[in-house]
Design a binder for this molecule. Structure first.
Ligand SMILES: O=C(O)CCC(=O)C(=O)O
Length: 365
C-alpha cells in the first residue's frame, strides 16, 4: 500500500510506541480521544499502535486506511472509546447471571421455537444433532420504533421480576444500534463511498442481541462453546468479559482475541461483505471453553430490515472497477437459507448466490 511522505513520517515517529502483539490479530482503535491504529508488519504480525492525541488530525485522516486494510484481510477489530456508557455494559453483564442462573424450568418459559432466532436455548439442541455447543443463549429481536420491543419481550415472557432486566437490554440494544451506525459510516469512508450510504441502509435495521453463557467444562479439549462459523448478518458488535475464549481463523491458524477492558469486538458478517461486493471479509471464528472459569459474551448482530435488497453501491463498483460477485438478495431469504443449513462458514454466501442463480431455483427453501 503506497503511503504519503507525511504518513510515512507519522509511522516512523510513532514506531517507538509500537507494541508487538503477534497473538492478537484483531487490532484496536478508539472512536474518541485516544486512537489505536492497526498496522500489519511484513511478517504478518499484528501491531497495536497507540497514537498520541497531538496527532489527532492526522489520525482522523488516516483511520479509514488501516481500517479498510484489515477489513480486506479478515474483518475483525476492537474498538475502545466507543462512546457506549461502560456502566451500561457492566449492568447488562450483571443481568446475564440473573437470567442464566435461573432454574431450567424458568428459563424454558422463553424457550426458542424451532426456526426462530429468539428466546432461550440450552446448546441450540433444536438445530444441531451432533457437536452440540457448550453454552446457553438468550436472544432478543430489536428494532427502533415507538415500542420498546426488548423490554416488552422480557416483561411478557418472564414476568415482573425481569422488568428491570428488560429495560437494561432495551437500552443496551439502542446503544449498540447507534454505535453500529457510526461504524457503518467509518466503513463507508474507508471504502470511499458516500459516507451516509450504509448508515441510511441500516437506519431501520431489524437486529438481534444474543447473550451467551459458557459454563465451565471438564473436558474443554473435547468441546467448543460455539463451533467455527461465519456470521451471516451484517456487522457484529461483541462484548466479551475478561475470560479468553474468542478465536479467529487468520493466516490459517486460530488466534485468540484477547479481551481488552472496555473494548468491543467488531466483525464484518456475510451480508456486509456482500454490500462491499466481497471486498471486506467475513471471517471464520469460534468460542472455546475452559475448565476454570465461566464466560459471558453479548453479540449484537446488525441486520437489514427483512425486505431490504442487499447490493453494493454503484460508486464502489465504479471506483474499484469490479463486476458484481453476488446477485441481489434480501436478508430474509439469506437468513432462511442459513437456517436450513449447518453452521454458516466461508462458503455459505457463495453457495447461497449459486442457489439464487441456479436454473432449478424455484425460490422455495
Ligand atoms: O462468545 C463469543 O466470543 C463469540 C460468540 C459468537 O461468535 C456468536 O454468538 O455468534
Amino acid at each position: 500500500m503506497a503511503i504519503s511522505k507525511r504518513e510515512a513520517l507519522l509511522l516512523l515517529l510513532t514506531q517507538l510506541s509500537f507494541k508487538n502483539n503477534p497473538k492478537c490479530p484483531p487490532v484496536s482503535f478508539g472512536l474518541r480521544q485516544t486512537w489505536f491504529l492497526p498496522i500489519k508488519s511484513s511478517m504478518n504480525h499484528w501491531w497495536i499502535l497507540r497514537v498520541s492525541s497531538r496527532v489527532m488530525l492526522w489520525q482522523l485522516r488516516m483511520l479509514p486506511r488501516p481500517l479498510g486494510h484489515l477489513c480486506v484481510s479478515h474483518g475483525f477489530f476492537q474498538v475502545t472509546n466507543h462512546g457506549v456508557d461502560l456502566n451500561l455494559i457492566k449492568l447488562a453483564d450483571d443481568h446475564l447471571d440473573q437470567f442464566f442462573k435461573l432454574p431450567v424450568e424458568e428459563k424454558a418459559k422463553v424457550k426458542r421455537c424451532p426456526g426462530s432466532p429468539y428466546g432461550y436455548s440450552g446448546s441450540h439442541a433444536d438445530r444441531f444433532s451432533a457437536k452440540l455447543p457448550w453454552k446457553e443463549t438468550l436472544s432478543f429481536a430489536f428494532h427502533q420504533g415507538p415500542n420498546p420491543v426488548v423490554a416488552d419481550f422480557c416483561k411478557s415472557k418472564l414476568g415482573k421480576d425481569f422488568e428491570k432486566t428488560g429495560r437494561v437490554y432495551q437500552k443496551y440494544c439502542e446503544a449498540m444500534h447507534n454505535l453500529a451506525l457510526s461504524i457503518t459510516e467509518l466503513l463507508a469512508i474507508s471504502l470511499k463511498v458516500d459516507r451516509m450510504h450504509y448508515r441510511e441502509f441500516f437506519e431501520d435495521a431489524h437486529s438481534i442481541l444474543r447473550c451467551n453463557f459458557y459454563p465451565t467444562c471438564q473436558e474443554p479439549s473435547l468441546s467448543l462453546g460455539t463451533g467455527p462459523h461465519c456470521d451471516p448478518i451484517s456487522l457484529t458488535i461483541l462484548y466479551q468479559d475478561q475470560v479468553r475464549g474468542l478465536d479467529v481463523f487468520v493466516n490459517n491458524i486460530w488466534q485468540t482475541v484477547r479481551p481488552i477492558q472496555g473494548a468491543l469486538v467488531i466483525n464484518i458478517g456475510d451480508t456486509f461483505s456482500a454490500l462491499t461486493n466481497g471486498m471486506y471479509k467475513s471471517c471464520l471464528h469460534r468460542a472455546v471453553v475452559n475448565s476454570q472459569k465461566e464466560r459471558r459474551s453479548m453479540a449484537f448482530f446488525l441486520c437489514p430490515r427483512d425486505d431490504k435488497v442487499v447490493k453494493p453501491p454503484e460508486d464502489l463498483l465504479r471506483i474499484e472497477g469490479m463486476t458484481r460477485k453476488f446477485p441481489d438478495f434480501t436478508w430474509s431469504d439469506f437468513l432462511r437459507f442459513t437456517q436450513y443449513n449447518y453452521r454458516p462458514d466461508e462458503t455459505t454466501l457463495q453457495k447461497f448466490s449459486n442457489w439464487l442463480l441456479s436454473a432449478d431455483n424455484n425460490k422455495h427453501l
